[in-house]
Design a protein around this ligand. Structure first.
Ligand SMILES: Nc1ncnc2c1ncn2[C@@H]1O[C@H](COP(=O)(O)OP(=O)(O)OP(=O)(O)O)[C@@H](O)[C@H]1O
Length: 266
């Protein structure tokens, strides 16, 4: 869709598939004005942005944004410092610490690693037996970040979560992702269905603040609704997917992105 919008507006571009093509540290890369970073893997995104930035190409998003938004603990640290509400969370870096974190948060609770997407490894844990199983499984994984546990309150007031997209300083829109039957997560990849919502002032303010705290330029904000705290930020995504967003809002995100780039960087 981004390619179609670039074609429609007569913008010159190259597509570089970093899963196939190497990226050189080479001044010739500075022939580009902007690099739109769309790799799904966090490390491919991060390092692609860094290489383009080394020759002064503007990257959307920047490596700084990807570093923070790609890691839920770094994201929560920035948001918490800025006073943006997040779920009550405890970070545990060993099996023993995780058992203590479970006690502090209380069951049922959510345990998720700091990195990952599409709901993978995000676990709803109802008791200590399930908790011990999750701890054991995570200890078997090779990546040390996956052995770190974000233990947090289970927020289940509404059967949905909210996703907003911010571009530049503007809130493009928000929609709800409804949790499908036999699931407790709302990811579209897991069968979550998009529907339109009305954006109130508090939602607008929370989404824009969260984006600005991490300097997100084109970023999606995943929001849960808490009984007493209202809107809380679940996570930020530096490579927004926008199929569900477009279905629910009718806003052509790819076209908006290309217009944004034309008006700011050409
Ligand atoms: N604390 C929580 N309380 C209730 N539901 C939660 C909580 N944390 C996560 N979820 C549910 O699980 C889904 C996946 O969690 P999360 O967004 O943290 O993982 P992810 O793998 O980064 O997903 P994404 O692909 O959306 O980036 C959320 O969209 C939400 O529906």
């Amino acid at each position: 869709m981004i390619v179609k919008s670039l074609n429609d507006k007569g913008i010159q571009y190259d597509i570089i598939n970093v899963a196939q093509e190497p990226l050189p540290f080479n001044r010739a890369l500075d022939r580009y004005n902007v690099a739109i970073i769309r790799a799904i893997s966090m490390y491919r995104s991060l390092y692609s942005a860094a290489v383009f930035e080394s020759v002064g190409v503007h990257t959307i998003n920047s490596s700084e944004v990807i570093t923070v938004a790609g890691d839920k603990i770094l994201t929560y640290s920035k948001l918490f410092k800025a006073g943006v509400p997040i779920p009550d969370s405890v970070i545990a870096m060993s099996p023993d610490a995780t058992l203590k974190a479970y006690e502090q948060i209380g069951f049922p609770l959510i345990d998720k690693p700091p990195i990952g997407s599409w709901g993978r490894m995000v676990s709803l844990i109802r008791d200590i037996f399930e908790g011990k199983t999750i701890i054991e499984h995570r200890e078997m994984l090779g990546n040390s970040a996956l052995k770190v546990h974000i233990v947090q309150e289970y927020i289940k007031e509404k059967n949905r979560d909210i996703r907003c997209i911010v571009m530049g300083k503007e809130l493009l829109g928000c929609y709800a992702r409804n949790i499908p039957p036999n699931e407790w997560r709302a990811n579209v990849a897991l069968g979550g269905t998009p529907s339109p919502i009305t954006i109130d002032e508090k939602l607008r303010e929370t989404a824009l603040k969260a984006a600005s705290v991490v300097n997100g330029e084109f970023i999606s904000i995943d929001i849960l609704e808490h009984a007493s705290k209202g809107y809380v930020i679940n996570e930020l995504n530096d490579t927004p997917e926008f199929k569900g967003f477009m279905l629910a809002t009718g806003i052509n995100v790819a076209e908006k992105l290309v217009d944004y780039i034309i008006s700011n960087f050409s």
